[in-house]
Ligand binder design. Sequence first.
Ligand code: CA
Length: 642
Amino acid sequence: MNKCIALLLAAVLALSGLPLALAEEAPELYVRKVENLPEDFFLGMDVSSCLAEEASGVVWRDADGNVRDLFELLAENGVNLIRVRVWNDPFDAEGHGYGGGSCTIDTAVEIGRRAAARGMRLLVDFHYSDFWADPAKQQAPKAWAGLSAKQKAPLVEEYTRDCLLKLKEAGVDVAMVQLGNETNGKLCGEKTWMGIYRVMNGGAKAVREVYPEALIAVHFANPESTDNYLAWASKLDYYKLDYDVFGTSYYPYWHGTLDNLKQVLSTIAQTYGKKVMVLETSYAWTPEDGDFSGNTISDGGVYEKPYPFTVQGQANEVADVIAAMAEIGGIGVCCWEGAWVPVGRSSWEENAAKWEQFGSGWASSYAAEYDPDDAGKYYGGCACDNQTFFDFDGKALPSLAVFRLVREGQAAERRVDALDDCVLICDLNGEVSLPETVNAVMNDNSREAVPVTWEPIDIAALKAAGEANYTFHGEAGGREATLLLSMVKYNFVRNFSFEDSDLGMWRCTDLGGTEQLYCEEKKTDSLSGVKHWHFYSEKADAVCFELEQDLTGLPAGAYTYRISIQGGDGGETDIYSYVKVNGETVATCPTQITSWSNWFTPEITGVQVAEGDTVTIGIHVQCKGAGAWGKIDDAILNSEAE
Ligand code: CA
């Protein structure tokens, strides 16, 4: 049983998501125009995996289905910056790549050269690690394991210089260099800011020397933890790190609102005179997986979903992040791994062979020696093939054009892009009225209720079948609508879970000087919802009260009554639930309290009620222990009639 029972009769709740698949014919994309977007604003794409993808046989196609050079395709869609990660040595002793593109500086040279050929600049993302560096991992390269920060600093400087010189010799236009990736309080095995600074400073010196025109960026994740961001910016200022750009990841699933992002980046920009940029973002265009290797984002996870998982939702996310950064004077937005499409569509076995050979999955089995706990256990394919700008066969999605279209915007007929599921909880003995509208997400990400037509639903049959859950479908705004319908027994107790602020239907009689006796709001102490009835006395032998509710107008018949209680330090107790009919106690059920979160639910069945009777349901609580406390929640009175 849960709180929903009390919501009875056509309580239609909008769930946060579960949109439907794209309609057959993709309609024209809506793109909001971003105001005040500077000509030189970075519209970036990380394509670090693309060479491993090509080696695996992947091709990319334009919207018409023609095979195209990836860089040409990106450039003609408005991308002007290519990002590439660089690992020191992502190979085992036999030369097997760790995967994730097994990206080294040689990868960056090739990608940078091809980007330059299409007029795009390069953002070099040094992880200063042999494999993935993120808030969870910042392992030093094998060759630097065990060295102190002081020892590492000149090695970082030398390594960075050598790498940048290779790029320079290849004629790569390096716009920006990152000193580490998502360095949330760790970098290259260092866990103190003194150590992190020394590593970063080594890199910064090399960048200034080889590419004096390039911007130096630092990169963090989790902007929703505003205090951390301000603290880290302050640390970098304290150590006087020489850098230009305070960069961040921004994944709306986990990273807070755009308003918060704007605020924290603006504060840092103004306080320290730095440029700011979103160095990574992405959004799912479908909840599906395309390569037989599970994705980070799919249906059913616990995360924010401010846009539906549609091509339009993805385009809106990108345009909104660009607009947010333009609004605060940020210098750019880079999408992460927007071309990491499945290496095959036939089988896991076929794909796995390619991931192992070419490093085109997120990790190969060879990475186990360096990263035994994660890659060693979970190596496999791409976990973000549903967040690219290409379908699973490599064909450009309409959303790829967002980088080009944000400058002028693109109008489109207002239409439904996705529908929220309808949740309906119905009383078996009551009226069942199906919702006439469902909540729709429109293509401009606004919301409105649209009329719905449901498939034929036999309500009499639902009622006859007793308590059960159903899924029905319908049509609304040209999309398939889903109705999650629960048939439940009616609960005659009003405000059964203490969630409504009007508690007038409840009567609490203190019989012994209970020190605390009231409705409390605390989700973790509630059985359902966020509120419950609370009692406590520091003094021994003080807790004694009755909590009850009178009910009239009940149909004649037999009834079942339940109420739940948890608590502790009760000492000797006398606790029982009871039912009175016309003031006479007709049934009681004893229970107890033991410790936090151990709920007891005494049940009384077979209570006979005649027409016109007044029924009182209640609980009697007496505790002799000092400090006795408890919580009461979810009183339920069901008819036993079918
Ligand atoms: Ca996948």
